[in-house]
Design a protein around this ligand. Structure first.
Ligand code: FES
Length: 122
């Protein structure tokens, strides 16, 4: 399983969802991430399981419902923020691809891992 490091800039610490691009081998992957509380992060691949569309509707902008669900800007599907499970919409029962994410306090980086980050070469 590959791990990818992402520089932790302070703009990521505001508790909102952010988009960042990762390069894995020759592949580019858009992810969304947020800081839930100090030292605790969540991250998903930035692609709706219905049609694979991005979840951000503008640069670094995501729709969030009043109850905190992530909302697909194309079709209104709602996803639980804790595990990415779709509770309503055309992809109900499917999930966003979750990434494991940890903060490394020693070098101000985030370390991401999970099957979506595996490069074709392994
Ligand atoms: S692309 Fe988001 S619900 Fe279809």
């Amino acid at each position: 399983m590959n791990t990818v490091r992402l520089k932790l800039d302070e703009t990521l610490r505001d508790g909102r969802w952010h988009e960042r691009g990762l390069t894995i081998g020759e592949r580019h992957l858009s992810i969304m991430l947020r800081q839930v509380q100090a030292g605790c992060w969540q991250a998903f691949v930035n692609a709706c399981p219905h049609q694979g569309r991005r979840m951000d509707f503008a640069q670094d902008q995501f729709l969030v419902s009043p109850n905190g669900s992530l909302v697909c800007p194309a079709h209104g599907a709602e996803f639980r923020p804790d595990d990415g499970f779709c509770v309503t919409g055309p992809c109900r029962g499917a999930s966003l691809q979750i990434l494991h994410i940890e903060e490394n306090p020693h070098d101000q980086s985030l370390i991401l891992s999970g099957p979506p980050l595996t490069s074709p070469q392994g």
